[in-house]
Design a protein around this ligand. Sequence first.
Ligand SMILES: NC(=O)C1=CN([C@@H]2O[C@H](COP(=O)(O)OP(=O)(O)OC[C@H]3O[C@@H](n4cnc5c(N)ncnc54)[C@H](OP(=O)(O)O)[C@@H]3O)[C@@H](O)[C@H]2O)C=CC1
Ligand SMILES: CC(C)(CO)C(=O)C(=O)O
Length: 307
Amino acid sequence: MRIAILGAGALGSVIGGLMAEQGIDVCLLDVNQAHIDAINRSGLQLDTPEGSRRISISAMRPEECPGDVELIVLLTKIFHTDAALAAVQPVIDSGARVLTIQNGLGNVQRVARKVPEAQILMGSTMIPGGYVGPGHVSSAAQSWTVFKPLLDSGIADAEAIAKVLAPVGFKYSAEAELQIWQKAAFNCAMNATCGLIAGPVGAIAADPKGRALVRVIADEVIAVARAKAIAVERDAVYQHLDVALAEHQKHKPSMLQDLEAGRQTEIEALCGEVVRQAASVKIGVPLNTALATLIGLKSAHQSGRQD
Ligand SMILES: NC(=O)C1=CN([C@@H]2O[C@H](COP(=O)(O)OP(=O)(O)OC[C@H]3O[C@@H](n4cnc5c(N)ncnc54)[C@H](OP(=O)(O)O)[C@@H]3O)[C@@H](O)[C@H]2O)C=CC1
Ligand SMILES: CC(C)(CO)C(=O)C(=O)O
């Protein structure tokens, strides 16, 4: 099965590199020309706790995606989804499946604007990725990825894909939709807080007040999900937080990486979306409201742009 990673930045390059190391037939699609050129010239440098190595993998622009790709793993930032999918539309029209494992809420609806429902897979990942520079990424820890098809008619195909991707920790899960909410609860707490304090996950882990705060922020998201009859498990969310606080201490969450690079953040698909959904079920989410506003203000102050 030929696979393409669409959006090969911090996380996409890590996942693509891990796949290539396992002998999976994978290529990277991105618009960062310096990154593409460096990978094609000298290989992808991947730093993990197991060591630093160079991995041979081909990188190209999305419009150059090979026509026989059967699975596209979507890992652009969510506000680049439309443009990225448009560039690979001929491959989608040939039947390629698209798996979104982006953070945040509403990804499936965005993908469905360009991809037939029968070709959509959705999921969530805890694998951390950091962009060091052109051709060079890092990952602080190994972790899981779960996914399922949007339509039940795709379950057999999704299970077949899971077998191919098992060496990099991808699993089929009937609960993937629930996991997307659980991961969003985690990200509202962890990414927005690290973004505000401008420190890695370890900066929260270092202080019991920080560890308590992220749980209370996540609790608001859990309350909204439950009011919408989505059976989010508090223990599962707390476990994600505990894993990150223990194992991702050096990791800068993607939102902090964006703020440091002066880029748009995904705050509107995280705390911002929670605020909107909370209003629809008449629940107050003061911490998520404050975080959405503060990250928006910080972005605007740094770059003159409002996310
Ligand atoms: N980083 C992490 O640890 C984790 C990230 N995630 C999620 O994964 C997704 C990706 O995050 P991350 O890897 O950090 O993001 P990055 O910004 O590092 O990577 C996204 C890449 O997509 C590229 N891109 C932009 N527009 C297009 C386009 N039209 N076509 C193809 N590529 C494009 C970007 O190029 P350019 O920079 O030039 O715009 C960049 O190289 C996000 O939804 C994030 O929340 C989930 C779990 C962990
Ligand atoms: C890697 C992780 C889970 C943060 O610890 C993440 O989701 C992010 O950085 O966006």
